[in-house]
Ligand binder design. Structure first.
Ligand SMILES: Nc1ncnc2c1ncn2[C@@H]1O[C@H](COP(=O)(O)OP(=O)(O)OP(=O)(O)O)[C@@H](O)[C@H]1O
Ligand SMILES: [Mg+2]
Length: 255
C-alpha cells in the first residue's frame, strides 16, 4: 500500500515590514508550520481542521510540493518526494483558492491546456474531460469564458481541471468554499467516489459537517502545531468533531 508520510515539517516565513505591521508583531520570523507529522493512506479521506492562519494551506502547499519546508520531509511510497519530484508531481491533484484560472480561457480551453501540460494525448484529454465535465455539470458552460462564470461554477471547473491527469493523491484546500448546497453535495459525492477508487485524499476545511460526513481521519492544527491526529471513531468517543475542536481551541487559548 502506497502511503504518504509527512514527517516533522517546519515552515517559516520571513515577514516584510508591512506584514509585521499588519500582524502587530516585531518578530520578522513567523513559524507557520511547527513540527507537523501525519500519514495519509489510500481509500481514506483525511480532514485538516484549524482556525484562520493555523497553517493548513501552508501544509497543503508543502505536500503539493509548491513550497519547500525549512526542515522535515515528505515520503510517498517509502521514497523521499525529492528523490524524483517530477514523478511525484505528476501524481498530485491540487486545488486551492490561491491558484487562479485564466479569466479569458473557457473551461474547455483550460482543461485542454492543463491536459497538454501533463503530457496527455488528445484522446486521453477528451475522454477525461467528458467524464469530469459530466460529473460536475460543466458541459453547458464549457465554452463560456471563466470570467463570466459564477463562483460555484468556477470552483467546479477548478476541481475538474485539478483531476484531469487522474492523480493518485488529491489535495483540496477548502473544496466546497463558495459552493451552494447542491454544488457542495456534488463535490462531496465526487470525493466519496475518489475514496472508493482508493485515492489518497487530504482536504482542509472549516466546515464541521463536511468532516462528519466525509472524513475517516481528522487532524486539528492550531498555531502551526498538530494538536490532534486521529480517526473519526476515536473523535466520536468524546463527542462531535465540533465539540472536540472547541475543547482543544479553548485549551490552547488558556496556555
Ligand atoms: N507567503 C507568506 N508570507 C508570509 N506569511 C505567510 C505566507 N503564507 C502564509 N503566511 C502566514 O502563515 C500562517 C499560516 O497561514 P495559512 O494560510 O497556512 O493558514 P490557514 O490555516 O490556511 O488559514 P485560513 O483558514 O485562513 O485559510 C498565517 O499567519 C499566514 O499569515
Ligand atoms: Mg487556508
Amino acid at each position: 500500500m502506497k502511503k504518504l508520510v509527512v514527517k516533522n515539517l517546519v515552515k517559516e516565513f520571513q515577514l516584510s515590514r508591512k506584514q509585521m505591521m499588519s500582524q502587530k508583531t516585531t518578530n520578522p520570523k513567523l513559524v507557520a508550520v511547527n513540527d507537523l507529522s501525519f500519514e495519509l493512506t489510500p481509500g481514506v479521506i483525511y480532514g485538516l481542521l484549524g482556525p484562520n492562519g493555523a497553517g493548513k494551506t501552508t501544509t497543503l502547499r508543502m505536500i503539493a510540493s509548491l513550497i519547500k519546508p525549512k526542515s522535515g520531509a515528505i515520503y510517498y511510497d517509502d521514497k523521499d518526494i525529492n528523490s524524483n519530484i517530477s514523478e511525484y508531481r505528476s501524481k498530485i491533484g491540487f486545488l486551492t483558492s490561491e491558484l487562479k484560472l485564466d479569466e479569458f480561457f473557457t473551461a474547455d480551453d483550460t482543461f485542454n491546456y492543463m491536459g497538454q501540460l501533463y503530457g496527455m494525448t488528445d484522446e486521453q484529454i477528451a475522454k477525461k474531460k467528458e467524464e469530469l465535465f459530466a460529473s460536475f455539470g460543466i458541459n453547458r458552460f464549457k465554452n463560456v469564458k471563466i470570467k463570466e462564470l459564477s463562483t460555484g461554477m468556477k470552483q467546479k471547473v477548478s476541481l475538474a481541471v485539478s483531476l484531469c491527469h487522474d492523480p493518485e493523491i488529491i489535495i483540496f484546500d477548502e473544496p466546497t468554499n463558495g459552493l451552494d448546497v447542491m454544488a457542495a453535495k456534488e463535490v462531496e459525492n465526487f470525493l466519496i467516489n475518489l475514496k472508493d477508487e482508493n485515492h489518497i485524499i487530504l482536504i482542509s476545511t472549516h466546515i464541521f459537517s463536511l468532516v462528519e460526513k466525509l472524513c475517516d481521519k481528522v487532524g486539528i492544527i492550531i498555531k502551526g502545531k498538530m494538536i490532534l491526529d486521529t480517526t473519526m471513531e476515536e473523535v466520536h468517543k468524546k463527542g462531535s468533531v465540533e465539540d472536540v475542536f472547541f475543547d482543544l481551541v479553548d485549551k490552547e487559548d488558556m496556555q
